[in-house]
Design a protein around this ligand. Structure first.
Ligand code: G3P
Length: 251
C-alpha cells in the first residue's frame, strides 16, 4: 500500500528567521493532519537549525535536502556528501531537479550516480523527472520520463527504485502557475508506472510517484484523487505554512 508523501522544496529561499518562523508555523498548521508523510527540504545551510526545530516539533516533519554530490570525502571543494546530510538528520534527498539539470548541466547518468550514492547510505532519493514545454508539445513526455528513470534502472536494476520516490515535474508547470490538469498528470503517472512495471510489477505497484508543478491548496485535492498520484513536491506554496499544510491535508 503506497503512502502519500508531500514534500516542500524551499529552493534558494531562507534565512535563520524565515526557517524558524516557517517550521514553527508548519508545526502548528499540521495539527490533526494524518495519513501523509510531510517533508521539507530547506537550503543545506539551514539543516542544522531545521533539525533542531523539527526535534522540538509536535508533529512529524521529515527533513530533506535539495541536492547531494557524488563524493564521500576529501579534496572536493564545495561538495556535500550523503553522510553529511545524514549527520543532520536529512533522509529524503531531491536529485535531478530540472533546475539542476538545466543550470548545472546534470546528465541522466550523473543523476543516476547520485541515486546510487544515496541508496548506499540508506537515504531516500527523490528522483525528479519531467519534460520541457517543447518536448511536451512534440509528444515526447513519456519517452523523456522513461529515459530519465532508465538511467537508474540500467545501472542499478529496477529493485533500486524500492523505497525511492519519483517526482514527476513537467518543467513548463514549475513556478508558472500553469499546472498540469489532474487528468493529464494521472495519464503520465500511469504511463511512468507502466514503464516500471515492464521490469517489475511489484516495484511499480509500490513506488511513490509525486506530482510537482504549481501545486496549490486549490488544486491539490484533484491530484490526490487520482489513483497514480501519491503526493506532491511543492515549491512556491511550501514557503507558506498554512498553504503547505493545506496541501498535506488534501493528501
Ligand atoms: O520541486 C518543486 C517545484 O519545482 C515545483 O515548484 O513553485 O511550481 O510548486 P512550484
Amino acid at each position: 500500500m503506497r503512502h502519500p508523501v508531500v514534500m516542500g522544496n524551499w529552493k534558494l529561499n531562507g534565512s535563520k528567521e524565515m526557517v524558524s518562523n516557517l517550521l514553527k508555523g508548519l508545526d502548528a498548521a499540521l495539527k490533526g493532519v494524518e495519513g501523509v508523510d510531510v517533508a521539507v527540504a530547506p537550503p543545506v545551510m539551514y539543516l542544522d537549525l531545521a533539525e533542531q526545530l523539527i526535534g522540538k516539533a509536535e508533529n512529524k516533519i521529515i527533513l530533506g535536502a535539495q541536492n547531494v554530490d557524488v563524493n564521500a570525502k576529501g579534496a572536493f571543494t564545495g561538495d556535500i556528501s550523503p553522510e553529511m546530510l545524514k549527520d543532520f538528520g536529512a533522509s529524503h534527498i531531491i536529485i535531478g531537479h530540472s533546475e539542476r539539470r538545466d543550470y548545472h548541466s546534470e546528465s541522466d547518468e550523473f543523476v543516476a550516480k547520485k541515486f546510487a550514492f544515496l541508496k548506499e547510505q540508506g537515504l531516500t532519493p527523490v528522483l525528479c523527472i519531467g519534460e520541457s514545454e517543447a518536448q511536451n508539445e512534440a509528444g515526447e513526455t513519456v519517452a523523456v520520463c522513461a529515459r530519465q528513470i532508465d538511467a537508474v534502472i540500467k545501472t542499478q536494476g529496477v529493485e533500486a527504485l524500492n523505497g525511492a520516490i519519483i517526482a514527476y515535474e513537467p518543467i513548463w508547470a514549475i513556478g508558472t502557475g500553469k499546472a498540469a490538469t489532474a487528468e493529464d498528470a494521472q495519464r503520465i503517472h500511469a504511463a511512468i508506472r507502466a514503464h516500471i512495471a515492464e521490469q517489475s510489477e511489484e516495484v511499480a505497484k509500490n513506488v511513490v510517484i509525486q506530482y510537482g508543478g504549481s501545486v496549490k491548496p486549490e488544486n491539490a485535492a484533484a491530484y490526490f484523487a487520482q489513483p497514480d498520484i501519491d503526493g506532491a513536491l511543492v515549491g512556491g506554496a511550501a514557503l507558506d505554512a498554512e498553504s503547505f499544510a493545506a496541501i498535506a491535508k488534501a493528501a
